[in-house]
Design a binder for this molecule. Structure first.
Ligand SMILES: *[C@@H]1O[C@H](CO)[C@@H](O)[C@H](O)[C@H]1NC(C)=O
Ligand SMILES: *[C@@H]1O[C@H](CO)[C@@H](O)[C@H](O)[C@H]1NC(C)=O
Ligand SMILES: *[C@@H]1O[C@H](CO)[C@@H](O)[C@H](O)[C@H]1NC(C)=O
Ligand SMILES: *[C@@H]1O[C@H](CO)[C@@H](O)[C@H](O)[C@H]1NC(C)=O
Ligand SMILES: *[C@@H]1O[C@H](CO)[C@@H](O)[C@H](O)[C@H]1NC(C)=O
Ligand SMILES: *[C@@H]1O[C@H](CO)[C@@H](O)[C@H](O)[C@H]1NC(C)=O
Ligand SMILES: *[C@@H]1O[C@H](CO)[C@@H](O)[C@H](O)[C@H]1NC(C)=O
Ligand SMILES: *[C@@H]1O[C@H](CO)[C@@H](O)[C@H](O)[C@H]1NC(C)=O
Ligand SMILES: *[C@@H]1O[C@H](CO)[C@@H](O)[C@H](O)[C@H]1NC(C)=O
Ligand SMILES: *[C@@H]1O[C@H](CO)[C@@H](O)[C@H](O)[C@H]1NC(C)=O
Ligand SMILES: *[C@@H]1O[C@H](CO)[C@@H](O)[C@H](O)[C@H]1NC(C)=O
Ligand SMILES: *[C@@H]1O[C@H](CO)[C@@H](O)[C@H](O)[C@H]1NC(C)=O
Length: 658
């Protein structure tokens, strides 16, 4: 290089710097705006900012390489900000509206709160806005309707309120997807939404929207998914909805809609996969043409007022997985109406079948055993059906929930039931079942609940039930079971909710193993012929709330250590042969509300319940006064007494016995 005087060199380098700086300014003007806007966004972040996922947002690199930021080809402008699931919390600053080249803004699954800034309206190029699963509140800004290029507006699972701005439908005509589910939006669906002729997906479920569904929605010519569930919509579904021939799912569950399904639905909605009208006030017959909906996977019409027969060839919809017809007035009897069950055998992927709570009568059709082996949940109770449970029910090897409750079904529980190895819940209460409880039930080791109360089951309780290591509830009360209660049952520490064997003819002592029921809330053995002492070990059942042993032949004294069971609310020991004094056992059980001791041979004073006077309001009924020292009391009402030294007893029903 040729020598240059130092001054000229200095000048040149100054000039060079100047040129560079000017160039930056003219080309990168917006860069700086975008950078500043991003930094303003970062300043608003209260959690997950500098130390977290936005660590890379620092001056060591260009913002185009910052986490979640995408810049557009030549422009150097931010075109996408995607920070979904980054654990960010804070408010959205107005400066976000300065990112005017943004096409995608996805901040879903974070903890943003506060309002949606109206400055979003400046994002004229925005196509995708996803702010779902945050805690945003306030209303949908009207200015959003200025984002005319928007194709996806996804704001579900926030706390947004107010009306859906009518302007959305007037200007955002490119929208393909709108999801505002799970917010607190109010008011009606704006009629202008009908302008959205490219809309494919509309989800307004779980809000407080009301009014009728605008007939104009027929304008949604491209729509394939509509979900209006869980709102306050009323009136009839406009007939024009059934003209939206691309519709693949229509869900309006949980409103107060009425009217009937048009007879020609099967011809008008040929693409329908998911039709969910549950929990409304729809009525009329289920039209035969639904069997022409050959792509149907879910038909849920439950908890309405549908009547008449179920279409006999329903099984033509061979892809049905979910069929819910429960809670209607659907009919069948021995001569007609059950054909649909035969045809359902063709639905080889059926997983869920709810027919309960209808007006089905007659024999339980034998064809139930031909249903799919994929069937997991089958409900047919609360119908006036009779007949027996077919032995081949064991074909339904996938069953997890079997509900045949509140019917007139009789006969024995088939031994083959033991093959339903996946069964978790077994609801057979309020029937006329008789015979022995098959020991094979003990093979159903996944069972959580057995509810078989109020039948005519007889014989002993099989000891094999002791193999049900996941059992939470065993209720076989109100049967004719006899013999002693197998010790194995009491060793099931999984029993956490309820063990109810009351009102049978069970005899023998209560084994000391009862103390293994350390997780049990309800122990109900009343109305049997159990005898002997109430074992002291019962105090190991530390989470018992209900202890009902009345109407047996228990003798000896009341175990004094009952007071170790701190959460007892109801204790009923009446109608036994218990003797001795009422122990101070109940002292200190602050939760005790009801204590029944009548018709025993208890003596001595009523304990004072020291230490719990304030919190306990005990209802003690039917005290047998013959052998009881009556403490000083004041008669409050005919059957109400206030004991001077036992003020915890609020209500006492006096009954002199014998
Ligand atoms: C956003 O743009 C406005 C108007 O152009 C400007 O006044 C403001 O400073 C910008 N904010 C940020 C943080 O860049
Ligand atoms: C700045 O960002 C870079 C990544 O772009 C990162 O490696 C660096 O640790 C960051 N610096 C600070 C001080 O967080
Ligand atoms: C936003 O990002 C999440 C996570 O990547 C993605 O599942 C979701 O589809 C995106 N939202 C939109 C509207 O594309
Ligand atoms: C909202 O849009 C109006 C024009 O319709 C504009 O005057 C106003 O400044 C916008 N608000 C914000 C916060 O950008
Ligand atoms: C509704 O939103 C809340 C809060 O974002 C969320 O916890 C809940 O899972 C959402 N419910 C549904 C059904 O998406
Ligand atoms: C949008 O819908 C409303 C109400 O149906 C109507 O008055 C308006 O003319 C429509 N706008 C456009 C641009 O189609
Ligand atoms: C539905 O479409 C049919 C023709 O396919 C038409 O005759 C009828 O008027 C339309 N109904 C509504 C309510 O738009
Ligand atoms: C089912 O569709 C066929 C062909 O379109 C039609 O002939 C038949 O009447 C339809 N069946 C019912 C029950 O609507
Ligand atoms: C069930 O499928 C069989 C064989 O594919 C067919 O013969 C029968 O008609 C079908 N039944 C119904 C109700 O679709
Ligand atoms: C059956 O359904 C009716 C209304 O559909 C309801 O009132 C009733 O409580 C239901 N019965 C049961 C047992 O669920
Ligand atoms: C089922 O239970 C019965 C009676 O308890 C027993 O004889 C049989 O071997 C068991 N079957 C299986 C597969 O465990
Ligand atoms: C009640 O107990 C007393 C002794 O405390 C005894 O004399 C009396 O016979 C017993 N009565 C009955 C009915 O068991």
């Amino acid at each position: 290089m040729a020598e240059m005087p130092p001054v000229r060199l200095l000048l040149l380098s100054l000039l060079f710097t100047l040129v560079i700086a000017t160039a930056r300014d003219s080309v990168g003007n917006h860069d700086d705006d975008d950078g500043a806007a991003l930094l303003a966004f970062k300043v608003g972040i209260r959690r997950g900012g500098s130390s977290g996922p936005l660590r890379s947002w620092n001056s060591s690199t260009s913002f185009c390489s910052w986490e979640g930021v995408t810049c557009g080809g030549g422009s150097g402008r931010v075109v996408a900000l995607d920070l979904s699931s980054h654990g960010l919390a804070g408010m959205l600053p107005a400066a976000i509206g300065n990112l005017t080249s943004l096409r995608t803004l996805n901040l879903s699954f974070n903890w943003f709160h506060g309002g949606i800034p109206a400055s979003l309206g400046r994002l004229h190029r925005l196509q995708t806005l996803d702010l779902s699963y945050n805690s945003l509140s306030g209303t949908l800004p009207d200015n959003m309707s200025l984002c005319t290029g928007m194709t996806a507006l996804v704001l579900g699972s926030n706390n947004l309120g107010g009306l859906i701005p009518s302007s959305l439908g007037d200007t955002l005509t490119n929208l393909k997807k709108v999801s505002l589910t799970n917010n607190s939006l109010t008011g009606a669906v704006p009629a202008s939404l009908a302008n959205l002729s490219f809309l494919q997906h509309l989800d307004l479920s779980i809000n407080q929207l009301e009014g009728s569904i605008p007939p104009g929605l027929r304008g949604l010519r491209s729509i394939s998914h509509i979900d209006l569930s869980a709102n306050g919509f009323s009136g009839a579904l406009p007939s024009s909805l059934y003209n939206l021939s691309l519709l693949r799912s229509l869900q309006v569950e949980g409103n107060t809609l009425q009217g009937s399904i048009p007879a020609d639905i099967g011809d008008r909605l040929p693409a329908m996969e998911k039709l969910v009208l549950s929990r409304n006030r729809f009525s009329g017959a289920i039209p035969h043409s639904v069997t022409n909906l050959s792509s149907l996977t879910a038909l849920r019409l439950g908890w309405n007022q549908f009547s008449g027969h179920v279409p006999r060839t329903l099984g033509r919809s061979q892809d049905l997985r979910y069929l819910e017809l429960a809670g209607n007035k659907l009919e069948a009897d021995n001569s007609r109406g059950w054909e649909f069950m035969d045809s359902l055998a063709n639905c080889t992927q059926l997983q869920y079948l709810a027919l309960d709570n209808n007006s089905f009568r007659g024999q339980l059709p034998g064809s139930v055993v031909n249903l799919s082996t994929s069937l997991e949940k089958f409900f047919i109770g609360y119908n006036n059906i009779s007949g027996e449970i077919p032995s081949d029910i064991s074909n339904l090897a996938g069953l997890k929930v079997l509900q045949v409750a509140n019917t007139s079904v009789s006969g024995a529980i088939p031994e083959s039931i033991g093959k339903l190895a996946n069964l978790v819940m077994f609801f057979m209460f309020n029937n006329a079942l008789s015979g022995l409880v098959p020991p094979s039930v003990g093979n159903l080791t996944r069972l959580n609940w057995i509810l078989a109360y109020n039948n005519n089951l007889e014989g002993p309780i099989p000891a094999s039930l002791g193999k049900l290591k996941d059992l939470n509830i065993l209720d076989m009360s109100k049967n004719r079971l006899n013999g002693s209660i197998p010790r194995e049952i009491f060793k099931l520490s999984s029993l956490s909710i309820q063990l109810d064997l009351s009102y049978n003819s069970l005899s023998g002592p209560l084994p000391s193993e009862v103390g293994s029921l350390t997780n049990l809330n309800w122990l109900v053995l009343s109305g049997n012929q159990l005898r002997g002492r109430i074992p002291e070990s019962i105090s190991s059942c530390t989470v018992l709330e209900y202890l009902l042993l009345h109407n047996n032949s228990f003798e000896g004294s009341i175990p004094t250590n009952l007071k170790n069971i701190k959460g007892l609310t109801t204790v009923s020991l009446s109608m036994n042969k218990l003797s001795g004094t009422i122990p101070d056992a109940f002292d200190g059980i602050a939760t005790l509300k009801e204590l029944y001791l009548a018709q025993n041979n208890l003596t001595g004073p009523i304990p004072a319940m020291n230490g719990s006077k304030e919190t306990v309001s005990c209802v003690v009924e039917y005290i047998s006064f013959t052998w009881l020292h009556v403490p000083p009391y004041t008669l409050v009402k005919e059957d109400m007494v206030l004991f001077t030294d036992a003020p915890w007893m609020m209500r006492v029903q006096l009954q002199v016995w014998p």
